[in-house]
Design a protein around this ligand. Sequence first.
Ligand SMILES: N[C@@H](Cc1c[nH]c[nH+]1)C(=O)O
Length: 374
Amino acid sequence: MFLPAGSKDEMGISLNNRFHVMEKFRKVTTLRGYKPISTPVIEYASTFTNEFIDMKLQDMMKWFNGEGEIEVLRPDWTTAIARALSNLEKKPQKWAYQGSIFKRNMPGVEYHQIGVEIIHHPELMGESECLLMAQAFLKEIGVGTCVIELGHTEIYESLVAEMQLSKADAERLRLAMHDKKKDEVYQIAIARSNKEKAEELASLVDAFGPIEIIAEYEEKWKERENVLGTLRHIKKLAEILKQSGSGEILVDLGRVKNLPYYSGLMFRGFLQNSGAVCFSGGRYDRLYEQFGESISAVGVALDVEVLAAQVKESDTLEKVCIIANEESLAFAEEVRKSFENCIVDVQSEAENANDYNKVYEIKKLNGKFEVIER
Ligand SMILES: N[C@@H](Cc1c[nH]c[nH+]1)C(=O)O
């Protein structure tokens, strides 16, 4: 029997590691005051494709239901949770979730995420909480500090806003900027504005580096009051992270949004050893405008596959094998209770004796069961 492309079975160590990551996440988030939330795996496509969200239908796993409406497998937690929360009381809330998202445009199709969404919290508080939670969690699973990158939608968008781009050109420019293709950014920009503007936009491609480069850009953009405010905000957040023992902090001032609903601060975490992205998130206040609300919303999702691959299998529990037969099964179940905090495996034969720290056999001597160490 075969599976569709992208689907896969999982077993043994990799599944154990995934569960380990998810259990620790539940512990860390519970202790930080998050409540759990879950949404159905099947939703209407329009929840994700409406004008406020604008995710691409072609990237989703989808079908028509009996009424002719398009249904999808959950492509994104953040949007699904916003839908679920839209009718709830408007007070500060912190939600934690774990489960799959599905993306047709990615080789794995099904991805496991753990994440949090924080709404109705003061901006800096919600943003720093996302990152401090992520840091505390990475520590808890033994990954340690990661490299944090901070970016902001408004720097690029305030430059582009004056350019009167068509939707298609805006998307081409965003992609070129995202891929850091400086020449292409310049070419698209020069066709729609003047040389000075095109050069400014192209130079934004290089506006990344350690947090200290912000000083250079404060000087460069000293006339642009709104951008200066954004830089001050990023610096404040970086300061909180540093004081809380974060590792390296980078900025990408030319970063464009990777999800259409971001508005404001965006962040990512990179593993120290491989550079893999282990978390990604940001502010998405505008997503709630579809419900006629103006609120503060920020969240982060962590990639369970990436993190599970970092977990070192630490079998701290002693493994015991009890060999029993049909007659001694009930007795073996009693014996099991005498081994506290051990993995106790009742078998008919110790096939792989080396897998166990201790092997016991239940024998019947003079009509009585005895436990004999092998
Ligand atoms: N849903 C985003 C992460 C996120 C959570 N909250 C805000 N952003 C993602 O899948 O990358």
